[in-house]
Design a protein around this ligand. Structure first.
Ligand SMILES: *Cc1c(COP(=O)(O)O)cnc(C)c1O
Length: 394
């Protein structure tokens, strides 16, 4: 194994920041149940509410509009199941009349995509909006899909694979004008670009702590005052009855700390990470012939670079890079042993073969100029070797 390790898979997850770790360690012995009335319970409860304020502040939202969940996947499922209930009769059968239709996009994270597919399997009408070559939905397609039957629209703010940022403000405006509920999965956007629920005009917003240098297994759902919400998990009266289960104090504390830090760093993040990302892009483009950059040239996350390497296979590139200590990811999801090309790249019109040869580099805090130069030196010979092997075998 290489001695050097360059982790460039921050869109998959981030390490926890030292200050987050310190705060969590300091609180390890706070064991009170945050719902208990006694002093230990009140101490735990105070920490939970402090974190709720910090998370709210990061989103420009009042803390009473934030509920804690186990992460982005649960937040998204909670909203979809709330909408399912609104669009069903008492037996759970889709309503025949009224608003009962759903709209999302073809490039969502699997937890939205599969929530939507599940509703479709139950008999609801679900439209998956296509995207252009840069990964953006076309506003005209949204306008065509919206009707007086539309109940709910879910469009992710920033894509995890290619970084493309959607025009959520404009999308929300149209969705609200059509009388439907608007949700955005902002898991990848929060901490990387400014995210403000009032400015965006959304009714629901999803985020996750482990994508912003907080711990895993904790996330949040913002819901606008007055927007409907039903619990996914029934039980005790935690989170005002919206999400049962004893508070995950330590996770919530770490999340709050990460949110508190992120508030002050968004601008710097954009500046520093986009400079590193640009250098990586230029370095790879000038050192490797015939490569393709995926995603939007301007409306994109500052940290994300998705590259197709024609003539080389993604898994082989990953393994070769891993031997050299570079940790990135492919868009391909290894589902039940069969390698599916990335649904996101396919939706942007990239051919399956090329999608298979695509790598996502996602940078984050801690990545240095030296790390980027190391990638730029290390990757070209790997691609050259894999390409020569593939011409030998074909
Ligand atoms: C990681 C991710 C999720 C899932 O969040 P978890 O907290 O891991 O459940 C949802 N949406 C997007 C866009 C993500 O990148």
């Amino acid at each position: 194994m290489a001695e050097r390790r360059v982790y460039v898979d921050y869109n998959a997850t981030t390490p926890i920041k030292p200050a987050v770790k310190a705060a969590m360690i300091a609180d390890l012995d706070i064991y009170g149940n945050a719902s208990s009335m006694h002093a230990d319970g009140r101490l735990a409860h105070a920490r939970v509410e402090e974190s709720r304020r910090a998370v709210g502040k990061l989103l420009g939202a009042p803390s009473e509009c934030i509920i804690f969940t186990s992460g982005g996947s649960e937040s998204n499922n909670t909203v979809f199941q709330t909408m399912r209930r609104l669009a069903s009769d008492q037996n759970g059968t889709p309503l025949k009349d009224g608003r009962n239709e759903f709209i999302t996009t073809a490039v969502e994270h699997p937890c939205v995509l599969n929530s939507a597919s599940y509703l479709k399997s139950l008999g609801f009408k679900v439209t998956f909006l296509p995207v252009d070559e840069y990964g953006k939905i076309r506003i005209a397609d949204l306008k065509n899909a919206l009707s007086e039957k539309t109940l709910f629209v879910s469009v992710m703010m920033a894509n995890n694979e290619i970084g493309t940022i959607q025009d959520i403000k404009e999308i929300s405006r149209l969705v609200k004008a059509a009388g439907a509920w608007m949700h955005t999965d902002a898991v990848q956007a929060v901490g990387k670009v400014p995210v403000n629920v009032e400015d965006l005009g959304v009714d629901y917003l999803t985020m996750s702590a482990h994508k912003i240098y907080g711990p895993k297994g904790i996330g949040a759902l913002y819901f606008r005052k007055g927007a409907p919400l039903y619990p996914l998990i029934h039980g005790g009266h935690q989170e005002d009855g919206f999400r049962a289960g004893t508070y995950n104090n330590l996770g919530i504390l770490g999340f709050g700390k990460a949110a508190e830090i992120a508030v002050g760093e968004v601008e710097e993040y954009g500046r520093e990470l986009s400079a590193l990302r640009d250098r990586l892009r230029e370095g790879l483009l000038s050192a490797i012939p015939n490569i393709k950059i995926n995603g939007h040239p301007v409306d994109t996350l500052p940290n994300t670079l998705n590259v197709s390497f024609p003539g080389a296979e993604g898994e082989a590139i990953l393994l070769s890079m891993d031997i050299m200590g570079i940790e990135a990811s492919t868009g391909s999801a290894c589902a039940s042993g069969s390698l599916e090309p990335s649904h996101v790249l396919m939706a942007t019109g990239v051919e399956a073969e090329l999608a298979h040869g695509s790598i996502r580099f996602s940078l984050g805090w801690g990545i240095t100029n030296d790390d980027v130069e190391y990638i730029i030196e290390t990757v070209p010979p790997i691609i050259a070797r894999l390409r020569s092997m593939s011409t030998l075998t074909s």
